[in-house]
Design a protein around this ligand. Structure first.
Ligand SMILES: NC(=O)c1ccc[n+]([C@@H]2O[C@H](COP(=O)([O-])OP(=O)(O)OC[C@H]3O[C@@H](n4cnc5c(N)ncnc54)[C@H](O)[C@@H]3O)[C@@H](O)[C@H]2O)c1
Length: 275
């Protein structure tokens, strides 16, 4: 196999959740440019249609559907539909995620911690929302993908976790850390079950990437500078930097790799969590 053949995604069918923005959009572009048929799924109809139309105008094979990844029936339905349309599903990026809101050490406008973010006050609804999008939904996507991939004895599932899966971030809160660590272990457990049937499951654990998460706070210079200060490499990443890893995990280049979490964080996970 040549290098080119190993990294090829030409003609494969790819589903991306949270595809209208940030890392999901980068995954979409990486696959589309490589010649894949990409099905973009996202909760935000306006952003989704804007991005899907832009990529279609560039000549790429793109389909898009509005979907809430926490709606398990809708997830099953769309995965069945994609498999029927394209004759199978080869690659899934389970990526959709949300800003979990401030953690206990987040500072308010006066530069002080807000007791409303302390564990004792943490509302059930906040916990459930984060778990629903960042853990439950990952399970729904992996399960729906497995139904189509296992019979064909091939497939690659890639879950976006976070550095928070390895070390909790004081500004993001416990729910996010628990959801992402749960997703990482779900990747390992499902990889083990599916390995002998040729289906691979891996995770990408990003550090800070400049995306639109949380309404785009990462586009502010001072926010980026503050985040960069905590990263050994001294900067936050551009979404373009996720594309080579995505291509590696989606393609035959990683054909003997499963159950792994690939950290891409400028060294952030090397530093200890601090309160
Ligand atoms: N940006 C970072 O620094 C960073 C770091 C670590 C992990 N992550 C993870 O990366 C993933 C992508 O985040 P991003 O930074 O690109 O954010 P983003 O806000 O730019 O993109 C996320 C996309 O997911 C969609 N989405 C949200 N909830 C959804 C739902 N219920 N159903 C379907 N779509 C939904 C949004 O509409 C949005 O288009 C998330 O899982 C996030 O936790 C991001």
């Amino acid at each position: 196999m040549t290098f080119e053949e190993a990294f090829s995604v030409a003609g494969v069918t790819v589903i991306v959740t949270g595809a209208a923005s940030g890392l999901g959009l980068a995954f979409t572009e990486a696959m589309a440019v490589g010649g894949a048929n990409v099905v973009m799924l996202d909760l935000n109809p306006r952003r989704l249609s804007t991005q899907a139309d832009r990529l279609k105008d560039l000549g790429y094979s793109i389909e898009s559907h509005v979907l809430n990844v926490s709606d398990r029936k809708a997830v099953d339905h769309i995965y069945d539909q994609v498999a029927a349309t394209y004759g199978g599903i080869d690659v899934v990026f389970s990526n959709a995620g949300i800003d979990p809101g401030p953690g206990f050490a987040a500072l308010n406008e006066d530069g002080e911690r807000d007791p409303a973010n302390y564990l004792e006050q943490y509302a059930d609804v906040r916990w459930q929302k984060v778990i629903s999008v960042s853990l439950d939904a990952v399970f729904y996507s992996i399960r729906a993908a497995a139904r189509h991939m296992r019979p064909r004895k091939s497939g690659s599932i890639i879950v976006t976790t976070s550095v928070s899966a390895l070390r909790p971030a004081v500004t993001l809160g416990a729910a996010y850390a628990a959801a992402k660590a749960g997703a990482a272990q779900l990747v390992r457990a499902t990889a083990l079950e599916l390995a002998s049937d040729g289906v691979r499951v891996n995770a990408i654990a990003p550090g800070p990437f400049e995306t639109d998460i949380g309404g785009g706070f990462m586009h502010q210079d001072e926010v980026r500078a503050k985040m960069a200060a905590g990263v050994p490499m001294g900067r936050v990443a551009d979404v373009e930097e996720i594309k080579p890893l995505a291509l590696y995990l989606a393609s035959r280049a990683s054909g003997f790799v499963t159950g792994q979490q690939f950290v891409i964080d400028g060294g952030l996970s090397l530093s200890a969590a601090r309160a």
